[in-house]
Design a protein around this ligand. Structure first.
Ligand SMILES: Cc1cc2nc3c(=O)[nH]c(=O)nc-3n(C[C@H](O)[C@H](O)[C@H](O)COP(=O)(O)O)c2cc1C
Length: 370
């Protein structure tokens, strides 16, 4: 019923407006609704789906369900109060950067509905870590809360200077105790911050410089590296071979946006008209799924995998889990299907698990054989 109302009434109205404005509208409404106990109670009654089969403890964190909000939707921590009532199992804010950056010129977002994709051109828009920490203040989440951290989108003299910027952002985030996990974003395509540098954070030399720098901090919570979608499995595994030397790296998030416009998931007309930016949703799915396979095959539970990219249904989420993901994250499916899709995905997932004879989601991780 809620899904019907969203798709037939709310979405057609919202989709008349520029995507940037609708995103801001959602953040404002979400922040407002989160303040009223009545709305939260009401939403908690109708949206989330709970089932013990979906519960798991991962790296010391309790997840009621495996579906989280990906980095890039709540970049300034506006939704902490409302998200648990929507039914998400965990919540990443950010990507947050050390210094503020106003983002690229609009449009930073656009829709490709036939391709089930969003065009993203935010360029690490962030109010900066100081602002975000102040905004969170005394608020606390009832679901695991993570922060995604990346390098401020400005030019740097050297890769060491860029690593220091990321270090500073982590250093500040470690002064508070409310983040349950960290994400290190090395994979946002099309940023200006490394354009003039020989090394990048996503090549082995730059990656090692970044990790050596962060090693000086005592990162005592699980940290996940957000990886590229369009790198070959050899290049991805080469980065993980380096990551494997740093025991404080707990896992990887597979994966970020795509930029190749030849991708067969795009509707031809839509992609021809698309502006500057990178893409989420269905065009990312195959890349993410294939890399999850490769990483799980090689590393099993050395790296906990969070699968993201193109999840619209319980079957999509289950595919990532069977390939080796322990948890999943999403944005685009929620934009197209509405907030009730989170509960729907969890319900479908529970049914699929039961149908395959599992008693808990953990038993299904990595069971698909190739
Ligand atoms: C509007 C938007 C903004 C995003 N910004 C970020 C970001 O700041 N940091 C990040 O790690 N990923 C970012 N992403 C990528 C998502 O976290 C996710 O990896 C990707 O969209 C695939 O998931 P989906 O198909 O469910 O959207 C963004 C995605 C979208 C749609």
């Amino acid at each position: 019923m809620i899904s019907y109302i969203y798709k037939k009434i709310i979405k057609p109205i919202l989709f008349q407006y520029p995507a940037d404005d609708v995103h801001t509208f959602f953040l404002d409404r979400g922040r407002m609704l989160g303040k009223t106990g009545f709305t939260k109670k009401l939403l908690s009654k109708i949206l989330p789906y709970k089932n013990i089969i979906l519960k798991q403890n991962v790296l010391g964190m309790e997840f009621d369900n495996p579906v989280g909000l990906s980095a890039g939707f709540d970049y300034d921590a506006d939704l902490m109060d409302i998200l648990p009532s929507v039914g998400f199992g965990f919540h990443t804010i950010g990507t947050v950067t050390n210094l503020p950056y106003q983002g690229n010129p609009r449009p930073m977002l656009d829709r490709l509905p036939k391709s089930k994709s969003l065009l993203v051109n935010k360029g690490f828009k962030s109010s900066g870590i100081d602002f975000v920490l102040k905004k969170i203040g005394k608020k606390r989440n009832s679901i695991p809360l993570g922060i995604s951290i990346g390098a401020t989108n400005q030019s740097y003299e050297s890769i060491e200077a860029m690593a220091l910027d990321v270090y500073r952002c982590f250093e500040k985030s470690l002064t508070v105790d409310y983040f349950d996990y960290f994400e290190l974003n090395i994979s946002c395509p099309n940023l200006i911050n490394s354009q003039n540098l020989k090394e990048k954070f996503d090549d082995p030399i730059g990656f090692k410089i970044l990790l050596d720098s962060l090693s000086k901090l005592n990162i005592n919570k699980p940290l996940f590296i957000k990886m590229h979608a369009e790198k070959s499995s050899e290049d991805t595994l080469a980065l993980l071979e380096i990551a494997n030397n740093y025991k404080w790296i707990s896992g990887v998030i597979m994966s970020n946006l795509v930029k190749n416009r030849e991708n067969k998931s795009f509707d031809k007309d839509e992609i021809q008209k698309a502006g500057v930016g990178n893409f989420s949703g269905k065009p990312t799915e195959e890349f993410s799924n294939n890399l999850i396979n490769e990483i799980y095959k090689k590393y099993k539970d050395r790296f906990i995998i969070i699968g993201t990219g193109g999840i619209f249904t319980g079957t999509d989420a289950y595919e990532k889990i069977k390939r080796g993901a322990t948890l999943v994250q999403m944005i685009t499916g929620m934009v197209y299907e509405g907030p009730s899709v989170i509960g729907k995905i969890n319900k479908e997932l529970a049914l699929l698990l039961k149908k395959d004879g599992y008693h808990n989601i953990k038993e299904a991780i990595g069971t698909k054989k190739y």
